[in-house]
Ligand binder design. Structure first.
Ligand SMILES: Cc1cc2nc3c(=O)[nH]c(=O)nc-3n(C[C@H](O)[C@H](O)[C@H](O)COP(=O)(O)O)c2cc1C
Length: 187
């Protein structure tokens, strides 16, 4: 049975303490992406884990960025952005893109791309070029829904993982029968 919230009486339910919430979220292992854009004609990138695939047809994704970040402000202005999916070798790039209040110009981590596309991190596992199709403000974050206009995928590589506030990599893949390591093409 649906509950009509407008009809309920009594005090509004209290929110869970934000420190408990942060602790719970730290237990979720996520991939790490760099959300990129152009700023003053230069590549800029912010490290993000709040990235999700929304739909395959048409290809649509979302990212959730703090509304006060330089990235959120300039993506809202420009209407496009990129998402580079980071690999295990991208810790330095991830740290660079997560430094609060610091410059996040990305020249030393980007590869050259065609004019008009978003900047991409060199050696990324995949890169998506997106146009913003919807902007949703929730609490202190802005959710950008992006239609994916161009995709580039690397042949192999292992992901960078974030879990309990630390960067990690996946354990070695082994064949359960031979117990031999399954080689990864580019790690
Ligand atoms: C692994 C990792 C994931 C992050 N994910 C997000 C995210 O999904 N959304 C967000 O707003 N900030 C996220 N952050 C924090 C931002 O990277 C950081 O606050 C931001 O780059 C600061 O930008 P500013 O200097 O423009 O304020 C993450 C940080 C790390 C280390």
């Amino acid at each position: 049975m649906a509950i009509d919230l407008a009809q309920t009486t009594g005090p509004a339910p209290a929110d869970a303490p934000s420190s408990d919430f942060a602790e719970a979220m730290s237990a979720l292992a996520t991939g790490v992406v760099m959300v990129t854009n152009w700023l003053d004609g230069r590549p800029w990138g912010m490290t993000v884990s709040a990235f999700a695939s929304v739909s395959a047809d048409p290809p649509t994704i979302l990212v959730s960025l703090g509304s006060e970040t330089t990235s959120a402000r300039s993506i809202e202005e420009r209407g496009s952005f990129g998402v580079s999916i980071l690999g295990r070798h991208h810790r330095a790039a991830a740290r660079h893109g997560a430094a609060r209040g610091a410059s996040k110009f990305l020249e030393r981590f980007t590869d050259s791309r065609g004019h008009g596309l978003s900047p991409s991190v060199g050696g990324a596992l995949a890169h998506l070029d997106c146009d913003v199709i919807e902007v949703v403000k929730v609490a202190d974050h802005t959710i950008f829904v992006g239609r994916v206009r161009d995709v580039r995928v690397a042949a192999g590589g292992e992901p960078l993982v974030y879990f309990r506030r630390a960067y990690r990599t996946l354990g070695r893949l082994t064949n359960p029968l031979t117990r031999r390591r399954i080689p990864c093409p580019s790690s």
